[in-house]
Design a protein around this ligand. Structure first.
Ligand SMILES: *Cc1c(COP(=O)(O)O)cnc(C)c1O
Length: 330
């Protein structure tokens, strides 16, 4: 079986497992896990921010990050198919007590005109005030689309004078970085706070980080514990993340090349595929998924009219070529 359902399906490589087995550990709730501290400092530094916090999931990193910018009764603006709006089971409303309004873009891009039109300043007891804008790079449900740095910089230039904060959901920021050559620090510069994942294309079994100011991270540490996310000897997991940063970032270019190959086999223009996710319009999504599965390729339907293919660490060049020829036949 060639499994193209998600880049979360990767299993740790032998050398990653070896790094995990050797990790120096302590109790991270006491702030005494040395490997986790190294990971947090390294990731904060990559994005040019003061501090970072290791979390079990990207969803928790997003909840903590958005919470650091938006209070009860305030709103965050985001794209309509953003992960924070669709795929976190309402956590931001349920836990933080914020509301969301959305703009819609089929490629998940920043629409500054729509954002500016929606923006609501604090007018006292009349309207929900806008506290933050959230952007997702790469954009998962828009097929791994990259948000161009110039658009993010324009958003930053708009946000600062209005007092609006920016959250970047960078679950796959590594893919955007490798696909465009944009330094991670440039993405860090446009955001007040970020969430990044180690468990997607980077191939770690578990782990994400919130990245931000020292104060925001100190408060998030309290909220992480409050929500049940204070873990103990996390160095075992952090070691996998450090190993992934050393060995699995540049190779994302292979995943991107494999995704283009699959896109072409499915009759799409490979130039429309920015990174490692391919969304194929199919009116017969369910049947297509079933036929692919019978032929040895696992893919998933995203709704009744589209299927999604995701390339990752555990899909070799030969796997991608074989999957491409199987999918082309179907
Ligand atoms: C995967 C993902 C997350 C976090 O997901 P978890 O499964 O909670 O780790 C957040 N944002 C985006 C865009 C994602 O794709």
């Amino acid at each position: 079986m060639i499994d193209l359902r998600s880049d979360t399906l990767t299993t740790p490589t032998d050398s990653m497992r070896a790094a995990m087995a050797k990790a120096e550990v302590g109790d991270d709730v006491y702030g005494e896990d040395p490997t986790t501290r190294v990971l947090e400092e390294r990731v904060a530094g990559l994005f040019g921010h003061e501090a970072a916090l290791f979390t079990p999931t990207g969803s928790l990193a997003n909840v903590l990050a958005v919470r650091s910018l938006v209070s009860v009764g305030q709103e965050v603006l985001c794209e309509a198919s953003a992960h924070i709006a669709r795929a976190e089971l309402g956590a931001h409303g349920a836990i933080t007590g914020l509301t969301m309004r959305t703009w819609t873009h089929h490629r998940g891009q920043v629409d500054l005109g729509a954002i500016d039109a929606m923006f609501a300043p604090d007018m006292g007891p009349f309207f929900v005030p806008t506290a933050a804008v959230s952007v997702e790079n790469t954009h998962n449900f828009a097929g791994g689309a990259v948000l161009p740095l110039a658009d993010l910089q324009a958003l930053r230039a708009w946000a600062t004078p209005t007092g609006t904060k920016i959250h970047l959901d960078g679950a796959r920021i590594w893919n955007a970085h490798v696909a465009t050559g944009t330094p991670l620090s440039a993405y860090g510069d446009i955001a007040d706070v970020l969430a990044v994942c180690l468990s997607k294309g980077l191939g770690a079994p578990v782990g994400s980080l919130m990245v931000g100011s020292r104060d925001a991270i100190a408060e998030a540490r309290i909220w992480r514990k409050r929500l049940g996310g204070g873990m103990r000897q996390t160095g075992i997991l952090a070691a996998a993340g450090l190993h992934a940063l050393d060995h699995h970032v540049e190779r994302l270019a292979d995943d991107h090349a494999h995704a283009k190959l699959l896109a072409e086999a499915c009759g799409l223009d490979p130039a429309t595929v920015d990174t490692n996710i391919v969304v194929v319009p199919r009116t017969d999504a369910g049947d297509f998924v079933a036929a692919a599965g019978e032929a040895g390729v696992r893919i998933s339907a995203v709704g009744p009219r589209a299927v999604r293919l995701v390339t990752h660490l555990d899909v070799s060049r030969e796997d991608a070529e074989q999957a491409a020829s199987i999918l082309a036949k179907i």
